[in-house]
Design a protein around this ligand. Structure first.
Ligand SMILES: [Zn+2]
Ligand SMILES: [Zn+2]
Length: 503
């Protein structure tokens, strides 16, 4: 609580200059720089045991003093919580997804993944009642014309009839829907090749990277890159029959058939499905900077449904075809680098729905203090209400009320898709250890280190203020360096997704 209060205070000019002229300031500043201006660094105390590889070498134990604590980044993905760490998370997420699309040899992902059948899929929630939508295009269900910035967008036209209970239960089961979808996808693909699932694992492997995102109406939806490899993953070839067209068709079939059983508070049964809006696009990874037009795009073109009502732009207001009739809309081809940057961006994007809500809300007072929109507050209230039903206790809806019921991760991938965050960060850690060993007099010194946490974040308004300035200047320098860099542009070819997020 103290940390949050000092974070909101504004230091005076005098207190800032006193802070900056203090004896400890230089050292403090370099520590903040070392963690990239992290908004809430974790302070650790290290206990070192040093020995050499020489026989009978003496054991040396050192414990760092309190004021020599080591700082590490908070590591959050949330831009609202820590701009510096979320920017790094976004970069790592970008490399992680990109590696799965075009390869990254140093990280153990062969460049041949670029030749594998890969599609970019968007899966959304169905409608739980009409919501204010369609900014600028045509009148909303409420008959008004909404501006893009209208705060009513995404909220129910009639909150009294909106199915809040199913909306929250759907978010809570979104991870289960994804799991069911991937099971069905593997089965459908196996059948396409005339194989059983067991037989199919001997000739191919399906991998994916996916990101969860909140739509304005508070429902989670998923964007995913799905790829077919041979049986041992990225290094092996899938069977010839496993084409982009087959994958596209299998994704559509699996999404349409996906079903998860749930229960309402009154114990009545509920079958949860994806919404009627499905987007499947080929990912172009041609050799010409991996961004040329993809020859297989034409196979996806065959699925063009002719629907101009793209990707969830009005998903909340209309039920297109009802459950079980998932349509593929706006097929086409997108570039691998753009998909990677798009997924990475959404992994860190502020939700606009649950912004600034770090912790579980457990009471009406917490909800009121959350600052969330009335619609999001109604979803939180519904979650807490559902949590009171003993037969729904396993859903942990009290723990996840602040996430509007969603309890999954924001960026996930199957093991074979690409490299890992650990591998990406391992490179940095390995470098740090190497530096340390050099400092200790050569690579034959072994250091065992124990860590204990002694604190978080900054103590005063002055520290918060200066740390934020440091983070900002680091970000500006990084941006300058990146200017003109390839593959970091917005995903313009699928701009319908971003407007889709408005649903
Ligand atoms: Zn941080
Ligand atoms: Zn409206």
């Amino acid at each position: 609580m103290v940390a949050r209060d000092t974070a909101r205070q504004r230091p005076t000019r005098e207190s800032l200059s006193t802070f900056k002229s203090s004896k400890a300031y230089c050292d403090w500043r370099s520590r903040v720089q070392a963690v990239g201006g992290c908004a809430r660094p974790v302070k650790l105390l290290r206990r070192e045991t040093t020995r050499t590889t020489l026989p009978h070498s003496g054991l040396q134990v050192r414990t760092t003093a309190e004021d020599r604590s080591v700082w590490v980044r908070c590591g959050t993905r949330r831009a609202a919580a820590c701009p510096s760490c979320s920017a790094r998370y976004e970069q790592d997420a970008f490399h992680l997804v990109r590696a799965g699309l075009v390869g990254d040899e140093p990280k153990g992902v062969p460049a041949t993944v670029a030749d594998r059948p890969t599609v970019f899929v968007t899966l959304t929630a169905p409608s739980f009642g009409p919501v204010h939508s369609r900014p600028g295009h045509r009148p909303c269900a409420c008959r008004a014309w909404h501006r893009e910035a209208d705060p009513r967008l995404g909220s129910p036209v009639d909150p009294d009839t909106y199915d809040y209970e199913t909306a929250v239960l759907w978010n809570n089961h979104a991870g289960a829907l994804w799991a069911d979808f991937t099971r069905r996808l593997r089965r459908t693909l196996a059948h396409a090749g005339g194989l059983t699932i067991r037989e199919s694992t001997e000739v191919m492997k399906v991998s994916y990277a996916k990101v969860a995102e909140y739509q304005r109406r508070g429902q989670v939806h998923f964007h995913a890159a799905v790829r077919i490899d041979g049986p041992t993953g990225p290094g092996s070839r899938p069977p010839a029959w496993a084409t982009v067209a087959v994958l596209t068709e299998a994704v559509r079939a699996a999404a349409t058939a996906t079903e998860v059983d749930a229960q309402r508070a009154d114990r009545s049964g509920l079958i949860l499905r994806w919404g009627g809006q499905l987007d499947v696009q080929t990912i172009a990874t041609g050799p010409a900077d991996r961004s040329g037009p993809d020859p297989s795009a034409e196979t996806a073109q065959a699925d063009r449904s002719g629907s101009a009502e793209t990707a969830g732009g009005s998903a909340g207001a209309v039920t297109s075809g009802g459950p079980g009739t998932v349509q593929a809309v706006s097929p086409g081809s997108v570039q691998a680098g753009r998909v990677a940057s798009y997924i990475a961006k959404y992994a860190t994007k502020s939700t606009g729905v649950t912004d600034g809500i770090d912790q579980a809300v457990t009471s009406e007072a917490d909800i009121a203090a959350s600052g969330a929109s009335p619609h999001a507050q109604a979803m939180m209230r519904t979650a807490l209400h559902l949590a009171e039903s003993p037969h729904l206790a396993d859903l942990r809806l009290d723990r996840w009320a602040h996430m509007l019921g969603y309890r999954g991760h924001f960026l996930t991938k199957s093991r074979a898709f690409s490299t890992t965050f650990a591998a990406l960060r391992g490179t940095r850690a390995a470098w740090q250890i190497a530096q340390h060993q050099l400092d200790m007099g050569g690579p034959d010194v072994l250091v065992d280190v124990d860590w204990s946490v002694i604190g978080f974040g900054y103590r005063t308004a002055e520290e918060h203020h200066v740390a934020a300035q440091i983070a900002e200047s680091i970000a500006t320098r990084a941006k300058d360096r990146r200017t003109g860099a390839q593959g970091r542009q917005p995903l313009s070819t699928t701009s319908q997704h971003t407007s889709g997020a408005a649903a």
